[in-house]
Design a protein around this ligand. Sequence first.
Ligand code: PMT
Length: 230
Amino acid sequence: ALPRDLEGVRVVVSAGGTREPLDPVRFLGNRSSGKQGYALARVAAQRGAEVTLVAAHTAALPDPAGAHVVSVSTAAELQVAMEDAAAEADVVVMAAAVADFRPAERAECKIKKQGDGSAPTVTLTRNPDILAGLAQRRRPGQILVGFAAETGDEHGSVLDHGRIKLKRKGVDLLVLNAVGEGRAFEVDENTGWLLSPSGLEQRIPLGAKSELAATVWDAVAELVRAQGRR
Ligand code: PMT
């Protein structure tokens, strides 16, 4: 049986991938299926938490038992829903893959092929960093968990990038996923590291997304206990 160590803890989890419309039928999106966020919501509810799940394009997944599901589409909608839910939450987890950019303009009508054979140019504009905003308006004692999808490159390893993002995002816990061909996005299994500002660098072995979720909630439950709330 799972521990009931999140009894009465109010959590909000984001899941899935945002879509940024170009015109009424086209969008910029990403490969997030929502599986990892749903696993987090499901396991939290099983451990006794009160769960709000903010879901972006996760139609293939059944609602986790006991969770209150809010459906959104764009990063702007996800931001409003997260800020709303976070105002009443003890723990906030950002597992959604949020578009960093959106088309600067959304065409009213479907963009047509041009007669001269040329292709349209799409200008992008920045979306807000939702997690950074949540960190700024954090309630006293609220625990904030971020995810990071990283690839190693000439500037450093996945872990190097994760350490930098941990500092920049101002979170209590960061789940670092190495992404690339067939990893993390869409599949049923996940792996990575769990990082914290106090120097925790815990390797999370490859396993079901529910197992990674359990590792995250173990660490959150410990932080909740350390606050003396239970
Ligand atoms: O949904 P699945 O198919 O199961 O895949 C799971 C996953 C790979 C999507 C998930 O495990 C994951 O890594 N989610 C975060 C992906 C991501 O967008 O990482 P990032 O490094 O771009 O962003 C870092 C953090 O900032 C994330 O917590 C993200 O939610 C948040 N963010 C990012 C951009 C933005 N504009 N606002 C944000 O709040």
